[in-house]
Ligand binder design. Structure first.
Ligand SMILES: *[C@@H]1O[C@H](CO)[C@@H](O)[C@H](O)[C@H]1NC(C)=O
Ligand SMILES: *[C@@H]1O[C@H](CO)[C@@H](O)[C@H](O)[C@H]1NC(C)=O
Ligand SMILES: *[C@@H]1O[C@H](CO)[C@@H](O)[C@H](O)[C@H]1NC(C)=O
Ligand SMILES: *[C@@H]1O[C@H](CO)[C@@H](O)[C@H](O)[C@H]1NC(C)=O
Ligand SMILES: *[C@@H]1O[C@H](CO)[C@@H](O)[C@H](O)[C@H]1NC(C)=O
Length: 476
């Protein structure tokens, strides 16, 4: 690994209670030899956005052990068909969130068939074949595996979002587009089986990365809207005697303003959640990922997507809300010792803050386990640093998001929410330049400042690409 980082800082959460409208405080940090001062302005009059209580979500993918990128095979037995469901570290890691949302899906979801009674084909796993789209043949989910997964999710208290195969029945034209209506026979019987077994599914999501210009192939917004209406009608029918109705979610792909606008306008009666994916750092093989993660203008770039989607939703009569359905930062499975190391929290925490600011209700991290971007180690299930970032966020950051701005260096990222547990605010500051920080809170208006509590996570700069994390000097 060839990265050298001169300095690596901290993320800092400041919790304080107050009864006030606005405040500002001054923080200064030493950058090299000079001290830089900045002021954080928080407007506490009214929230600018609201997130779900269970905003934190992570994904499980279908990739088999044979999935390799640039010569590295990073999935091991972390795929849905192979995952060890008897591992206690895994169980407890999920339980700690009570609940963690988990989205099941990914590239191969549009090649999965379900072994319900209508299925005529043998139920076999994916087989590597480079001439096939996505590099693998069709694979099959056996019902006994689906039973095991559901037993595990119930024990772990997870809320499941299941990504359905949206390519069944379509044919792929020579220009790369997929045409013809979605054949939902297999999906319908799979949903019916799930309901008969009393498994609780939080949401059914249609398709993976088929919107806009698509990955592998693409489906037009008009056709996708018709298929989403079909999914909603299947769901309404199957769940008619069930009290808890699942969400109808789509399209689970990359944001494209024209495609999303048309889709959202045509699904005002059928769609509950509009999902988009984020891989804004480029391919995992990139040798300059660390520089990108620490570059404020790269981080800021994603705000165009968030605000674009937010405006489309605001402008539409839809009642659908936006989620990030899958975000791994660097595509093709991430990069070992970057997207699973301490340094990646500078991207991840910034994403969580930015998504919240634009009223994104839920954010699914690729991945809970598997690839080089897992919250958990692929072989040992031991938490990587971002697991702790996710857990801290989940415990501290409440639903109401407050307008926060920082006058000073762009290298300090600041986000404020009302706290989860009490009448207080949580300000999240993250910067690699916060080695020697001072935080001075100044009483700008008449407010009562209660206890100030700081939670600081850091790592000695030499270990920034390590997978450890320190909390108050103690190794986690
Ligand atoms: C791989 O897929 C192609 C196209 O579907 C097929 O013609 C070929 O026989 C497959 N190769 C193997 C080894 O199965
Ligand atoms: C849809 O797929 C099923 C097999 O799952 C098949 O029996 C049926 O004929 C297909 N429907 C259409 C309209 O092609
Ligand atoms: C599902 O729940 C219903 C009502 O609570 C019950 O009658 C039925 O036996 C349950 N089915 C299974 C497969 O557990
Ligand atoms: C929102 O609607 C207004 C008025 O119809 C229009 O001018 C504007 O371009 C729309 N914005 C988006 C993002 O669709
Ligand atoms: C995951 O654990 C294995 C076994 O302890 C170790 O070799 C590997 O380096 C770990 N991976 C990461 C990213 O920490």
């Amino acid at each position: 690994m060839g990265f050298r980082i001169r300095k690596m800082g901290f993320y800092l959460w400041v919790c304080f209670s107050l009864l006030c409208y606005s405040l500002s405080f001054v923080s200064s940090q030493t950058e090299g030899d000079t001290t830089v001062e900045g002021t954080v302005f928080i407007d506490g009059k009214a929230p600018i956005a609201t997130i779900d209580d269970d905003f934190i979500c992570a994904t499980l993918d279908w990739w088999p052990p044979e999935k390799c990128d640039y010569g590295t095979c990073s999935w091991g037995l972390a795929g849905l068909l192979n995952l060890d469901l008897s591992n206690n570290i895994f169980l407890n890691a999920i339980k700690a969130f009570s609940p963690l949302k988990i989205r099941l899906g990914g590239t191969l979801q549009d090649k999965v068939i379900y072994d319900t009674s209508d299925n005529q084909e043998p139920c076999t796993s994916f087989v590597k074949n480079t001439s096939e789209m996505f590099g693998f043949t069709q694979g099959c989910l056996p019902l006994n595996r689906w039973d095991e997964l559901n037993a595990f999710f119930e024990k772990a208290g997870a809320k499941i979002i299941f990504g359905l195969n949206a390519l069944v029945g379509r044919s792929i034209k020579s220009d790369g587009s997929a045409v013809g209506a979605w054949n939902y026979t297999n999906a319908e019987s799979f949903i019916r089986y799930t309901v008969e077994k009393n498994y609780t599914i939080h949401g059914w999501e249609l398709g993976n990365e088929l919107c806009g210009s698509g990955v592998g192939t693409r489906v037009t917004a008009n056709l996708y809207a018709a298929d989403t209406a079909a999914l909603q009608s299947i769901v309404q029918n199957i769940y008619r005697d069930v009290d808890l109705k699942p969400l109808v979610i789509a399209p689970g792909g990359f944001y494209d303003s024209n495609w999303f606008k048309e889709f959202i306008d045509k699904t005002t009666k059928s769609l509950d959640v509009v999902t988009h994916h984020i891989y804004n750092l480029g391919p995992g093989v990139d040798e300059h990922l660390v520089e990108k993660i620490l570059n404020p203008s790269v981080l800021d770039g994603e705000s165009r997507t968030f605000s674009g989607l937010h405006n489309i939703i605001k402008n539409s009569t839809t009642s659908a809300t936006a989620w990030v359905g899958e975000a791994g930062g660097a595509y093709n499975s991430g990069h070992n010792l970057v997207t699973n190391a301490f340094v990646f929290s500078f991207w991840y925490l910034d994403q969580l803050g930015m998504a919240s600011k634009y009223d994104t209700k839920t954010y699914c991290r690729q991945s809970l386990i598997g690839g080089n971007y897992g919250l958990l180690n692929t072989t040992t299930f031991v938490p990587n640093p971002d697991y702790y970032s996710a857990l801290l966020w989940h415990r501290l950051m409440g639903r109401n998001v407050l307008s926060t701005s920082f006058a000073g260096t762009k290298k300090i990222r600041s986000y404020t929410h009302c706290a989860k547990q009490s009448v207080s605010l949580v300000l999240q500051l993250a910067s690699r330049y916060m080695n020697n920080y001072q935080l001075r809170i100044s009483n700008m208006v008449n407010f009562h400042l209660g206890t100030v509590e700081r939670v600081k996570f850091g790592i000695p700069r030499t270990l920034c690409q390590s997978v450890w994390m320190l909390h108050s000097g103690k190794l986690l």
